[in-house]
Write a protein that binds this ligand. Sequence first.
Ligand SMILES: C[S@@+](CC[C@H](N)C(=O)[O-])C[C@H]1O[C@@H](n2cnc3c(N)ncnc32)[C@H](O)[C@@H]1O
Length: 278
Amino acid sequence: MSLRGRGAILQAHLELRTRRRRESKVGNEYPRARSRTSDIDGRLACTQLMSPFDNGHMNHQPLTEPTKRVGRRDFWRREHPKFQSPHFRLEKSARIINRLAGSRECELLDVGCGPATLGRLLSSNIQYHGIDIYISDPNPRYLEYDFLEAPIAFADKEFDIVVCQGVFEYVGDHQREKLAEIHSLLREDGRFLVSYTNFDHRAPHFDPSYTNICGLQDFRLDLCTQFKINRSFASSYNWYHGQPRRAVMKAIQMPINVNLPIIGRALGVEFFFDCSPR
Ligand SMILES: C[S@@+](CC[C@H](N)C(=O)[O-])C[C@H]1O[C@@H](n2cnc3c(N)ncnc32)[C@H](O)[C@@H]1O
């Protein structure tokens, strides 16, 4: 991100803080922000500034509801070809999920499934379902809708495994709400595998389309309201941020499913959280 972009975010952050302080004095509080670290301020500031449908330009003018919805779907329709062939994180998550499932018959829901690439990497005993704002290949196992406009649900079904990768960066200020909805879809002994970008990385990447930016500790705190975190670890490590592409780097990083203290926080690109419902 350019210095100018960072400067604008910082300025928005400071403005938001000042406004919050002023408003909390007259009783209009921001309940989530008060007990949290300054990351949350950054997140709210970015939520206001960036959205997938403003193409990364700073935009203080809220769009009307229908324009927002249409814009979001259109944005993702254009993005989906990027997720058509399996990228490293997707391959690593498939490996983790196949191990979690073992040989038992399981039903899995992929929230924000994109072109359903994950489904192609899973064992045949895992029944794959997906939800996305844009589905290119209609199928009874895929539901097309905007989960910011309605709760995350798949008819009345419950699932053994719910996966959500590369998605929470786009949920705006609905993080806790969406986690609670996912919790209600899981069977009692179910598992939730979620990824989230490490914005604490030494060279963090702030995509202009992100609408929800928070530190790993804040993400973890919100997860803990609904789930027990069994383990968390970086999906990959990189000095400059970005998933490994070279075969040798992929082979080295694929089996590392434990947290490497200090290195993880500084160089972990994204983190996986393997969770059970509380
Ligand atoms: C970065 S992509 C990740 C795709 C896939 N999970 C992967 O890891 O390759 C984010 C996905 O979330 C979907 N998505 C984003 N916002 C959404 C919304 N409001 N409702 C439904 N799907 C959404 C997008 O269409 C896209 O497929």
